[in-house]
Design a protein around this ligand. Structure first.
Ligand SMILES: [Fe+2]
Length: 394
């Protein structure tokens, strides 16, 4: 066989191997495992991702059987064969991810979408990189961490009462205060978000990675106001910190904690239920009032840190789910799309809008991350407008 074809086969096997380790790291990061253990898993993964292609091309390609230098596949050692089968399966999984990314279409219920790119560093005119974790990544060329997308999306919701037509929700997620990006960055971002004057504000978790940043709340989330209130849950990075202290700090500043519970408010003659879940890291899924034998609300909104709770939310009959956690993958490759995403679904729900069984899911790419690195995946906060018009999704 031609050497270049053999090279292509080795490349496919190497990509398949890469996909297997990415699958492992994505799924483990979706589980309630503390950061020190996850960090060890990541280090093992990095070694395997770099080491395997070297061994593959070196051993099989050049040494035994040396398929890149005239060797025959028939002389391949038996022990490589099960490895290659796994790599082929990995490559098929890789193809599925790529096709899913390329053929993603927003649901028809999302009728409008506009975005405004705001370069916060340029706007403020001074340096916004601090001395927090991984700060050396922040200044890399083409890094998009300071160029935030303010997305405005309109969703037509089948069960939205007509009196609520035009209701706006500011969806913020994954602030990750750590000191790597300075307080000014988040202060300006919240100031811009507040100018949109939403009816309701939702924060879907991961407030910080360093507890000393907790007092940044005074100049950020505390400044936001909405007539129907501000609601939050925490995320896995908050779970790795002193989560109860974070919870207390937010509630003291007027934010309502909806984790593991439901809150019902009356608005324009109808009832809105806001529930939250921090599963699998903290608490438990909320129980709907209707399941306790109490009256059902007119519209059900769930705040979930991870999109992994989407299927559960569908089974419960939620109308809208707001999630974050996956950061859009943070780094997206041309054609391939996102690669790393801490979800049991891999990259399937990394960001965007999804619809299943009458439940609409909006996954925010979030504002920041512990690793200050973004490529083809800018930070995001969203103003969601809900419209009342029955539409049948096909
Ligand atoms: Fe996060």
């Amino acid at each position: 066989m031609e050497e270049w074809i053999n090279g292509l086969i080795l490349l496919i096997l190497a990509i398949g191997h890469f996909e297997l380790w990415v699958t492992f790291i994505n799924r483990t990061h979706a589980l309630p495992i503390h950061e020190p253990t996850l960090k060890k898993m990541r280090h093992i993964t990095y070694v395997m991702l770099l080491g395997f292609p070297l061994v593959l091309f070196g051993a099989v390609g050049l040494y035994s059987p040396g398929v890149l230098v005239g060797g025959e596949w028939s002389r391949l050692s038996f022990w490589w064969k099960p490895v290659f089968v796994l790599c082929v399966l990995g490559f098929l999984g890789f193809l599925v991810s790529v096709f899913r990314h390329l053929f993603y279409r927003v649901p028809r219920l999302q009728t409008e979408s506009h975005s405004e790119m705001i370069d916060i560093r340029e706007k403020l005119g001074h340096e916004l990189i601090g001395d927090g974790p991984y700060h050396y990544l922040a200044g890399l060329p083409f890094n998009e961490i300071f160029c935030v997308e303010f997305s405005r999306k309109t969703f037509v919701m089948e069960r939205l009462p007509a009196a609520w037509d035009g209701l706006t929700i500011l969806h913020l997620s994954d602030l990750h205060f750590s000191g790597t990006l300075t307080r000014d960055y988040f202060g300006e971002l919240c100031r811009i978000a507040g100018e949109s004057q939403p009816d309701l504000i939702i924060f879907s978790g991961d407030l910080l990675d360093e507890m000393h940043c907790l007092d940044w709340l005074d100049e950020t989330l505390e400044q936001l106001e909405a007539p129907l209130g501000r609601y939050f849950i925490l995320g896995n990075h908050d779970w790795n910190q002193q989560s109860e202290q974070i919870r207390t700090a937010l509630t003291r500043r007027g934010w309502m904690d909806v984790s593991s519970q439901t809150l019902q408010l009356e608005y324009a003659g109808h009832s809105l239920l806001i529930a939250g879940t921090e599963v699998p890291w903290m608490g438990e899924h909320p129980v709907l009032p209707a399941q306790r034998g109490e009256g059902a609300a007119d519209f059900l909104l769930l705040v979930s840190h991870t999109p992994d709770n989407f299927y559960w939310a569908c089974s419960q009959g939620y109308d809208l789910v707001l999630a974050g956690h996956t950061h859009g993958g943070q780094v997206r490759l041309p054609v391939v799309g996102p690669v790393f995403a801490p979800s049991v679904h891999g990259t399937r729900y990394t960001s965007g809008t999804f619809y299943r069984k009458k439940t609409l899911l909006h996954v925010s790419r979030g504002v920041s991350g512990i690793h200050p690195l973004r490529f083809l995946c800018p930070p995001e906060f969203s103003l969601l407008t809900l419209r009342a018009r029955p539409v049948v999704e096909t």
